[in-house]
Design a protein around this ligand. Structure first.
Ligand SMILES: [Zn+2]
Length: 155
């Protein structure tokens, strides 16, 4: 579920503040539209059913947002990507994962959700993250990805 901006309808926003609402059953989030920069508030229901992550080998474990954040910190090492941005990406991915109807999500899908967002922020970090998540088998597939990125940029 995308949190559309009520002012301009833009799909992407960043979470600037997040706290439990007074009713205790939802989370109040203050968001900033990445399109027009205006701020708005959303109330999002807290999911009670746990979200299960299915790994490549088929094993399952509980969703852990810290793993996403650690992956980001690693990928963004020495890059100009602020902690705030990494936290926002983690928030968005967690939100999207939690909002899906299915209670199971693959590590691959999580990786893709992170990559979609990281790509817009910093391309070097994106490629680093992608190389870990897609587990490039060789340098060729890695270069293919780089080339694809450059092509996209020119179009
Ligand atoms: Zn907007």
């Amino acid at each position: 579920m995308a949190m559309k901006c009520p002012y301009c309808g833009y799909q992407d926003s960043k979470v600037v503040d997040s706290r439990p609402a007074e009713d205790g059953g939802s989370i109040r989030r203050r968001r900033e539209c990445l399109g027009c920069g205006k701020r708005f508030t959303t109330y999002e229901t807290v999911e009670t059913l746990p979200l299960i992550v299915v790994k490549k080998d088929g094993s399952r474990q509980g969703f852990d947002r810290n793993k996403i954040l650690k992956g980001l910190i690693h990928a963004c090492d020495q890059r100009r990507v602020g902690m705030e941005t990494m936290m926002a990406i983690t928030d968005q991915v967690e939100q999207e994962a939690q909002n899906s109807i299915s209670r199971e999500i693959s590590t691959q899908r999580i990786g893709e959700m992170v990559m979609e967002r990281l790509k817009k922020v910093d391309e070097v970090s994106y490629v680093r993250f992608a190389s870990v998540y897609r587990e490039f088998k060789d340098m060729d597939s890695f270069m293919d990805e780089l080339r694809r990125m450059m092509d996209e940029k020119m179009n």
